[in-house]
Design a protein around this ligand. Structure first.
Ligand code: GDP
Ligand code: MG
Length: 332
């Protein structure tokens, strides 16, 4: 699974191909923006909202995002390439450590850091992200306080002020309140990020959206439904792989995409819960994911799910690599 996007090797499209005939090449800006923050700050929601497409799955549970996901936003005067990253958090588990190392690697590689703060909640993760920003990057910094819709507008200025002068951290180049839910501040975010990016031709084609394959997105959609419909440790013990992905035949009168996935869990008891009484839970997971996949793929989908016990996968480097959660090039 592509997870370490580098600057594309191919010669990039000209800015006019990328949708910016009115922008002179010497004024066009493009680069990578790492969205980092605590779990559940709204990083994936914000990226989806900025792109106007659901590239990353979103749930109300923390640690939903396991990969570094790429999202490309092409505007007439700038192309902003987002990396949505897993939340920075503390955990002894191998899976979680590989997730955090991805977020930190994005910080080290990006052109601009966008630190997304949950304005309604600041726990110990807040301090961890702050530490990472101090030590892992010199890139221009934008701080966005998210979930502004949950905050008292009168308290916002004081809340924002807290970020102007954090001990040991350079003052942010830009500071804004936003809401990924209502869309507040999104135009300002785009403008501010573009102004911090280097002058460069666009790095991706104008119609590029993400480097994830539809196949990988199908697995993520199933995982999203698992996060929503199961509880406690189960979502965190679940991985999804795609066994078969058949595009609809264009010659068919009623085109159907056929997708089958294996839902890996770690224990027999988890398998039982995943399937549910009379198969009801698994059926619900399948229906939820199928409906969303039909929207994404704009076609009818047959989705079959198979639950399998893959003992201890979340601690097994080989399984983590097979499932795309561990980059063999990543030093741990
Ligand atoms: N009220 C409110 N909820 C939000 C906002 N942004 C995200 N959320 C919710 O916060 C939760 C976590 O969002 P997600 O994008 O998965 O966070 P991530 O872990 O940082 O990627 C989800 O339930 C979102 O619907 C916002 O601006 N306002
Ligand atoms: Mg996320």
């Amino acid at each position: 699974m592509p997870d370490r996007p580098t600057r594309p090797d191919r010669s990039p499209p000209s800015p006019s191909e990328a949708g910016g005939p009115q922008t002179k090449p010497e004024a066009y800006r493009s680069g990578f923006v790492a969205i980092v923050g605590a779990p559940n700050a709204g990083k994936s929601s914000l990226m989806n909202r900025l792109l106007g497409q659901k590239v990353a799955i979103v749930t109300h549970k923390p640690q939903t995002t396991r990969h570094r996901l790429l999202g490309v936003l092409t505007e007439p005067s700038a192309q902003i390439v987002f990396w949505d990253t897993p939340g920075v958090h503390e955990s002894p588990k191998a899976l979680n450590q590989s997730m955090v190392s991805r977020a930190l690697a994005a910080l080290a590689d990006c052109d601009v850091c966008l630190w997304l703060v949950d304005g309604a909640r600041r726990g110990p993760e807040h301090a961890r992200v702050l530490e990472a920003l101090k030590t892992r990057t010199d890139a221009p910094l934008m701080v966005a306080v998210n979930k502004a819709d949950l905050l008292d507008p009168e308290e916002l200025p004081a809340l924002l002020d807290e970020f102007r002068d954090l001990p040991g951290l350079r003052p942010p180049d830009k500071l804004l309140a936003v809401s990924a839910k209502t869309g507040k501040g999104l135009k300002k975010i785009k403008k501010a990020l573009a102004s911090l990016l280097p002058v460069s031709p666009p790095l991706y084609e104008a119609d590029a959206l993400t480097d994830q394959t539809l196949r990988a997105m199908a697995a993520e959609y199933v995982r999203e439904a698992v996060f929503e419909l199961t509880r406690q440790e189960i979502p965190y013990s679940t991985a999804v792989t795609v066994d078969e992905y058949l595009e609809p035949k264009t010659t068919d009168k009623n085109p159907v995409a056929r997708i089958s996935c294996t839902v890996h869990v770690e224990r027999e008891s988890q398998k039982k819960v995943m399937i549910g009484a009379g198969g009801r839970t698994l059926k619900k997971i399948g229906q939820t994911a199928r409906r969303r996949l039909e929207e994404l793929l704009e076609t009818k989908v047959f989705l079959s799910l198979f639950v399998r016990i893959t003992d201890g996968w979340s601690e097994d480097p080989k399984a983590l690599e097979d499932f795309g959660y561990l980059d063999p090039r990543e030093k741990r």
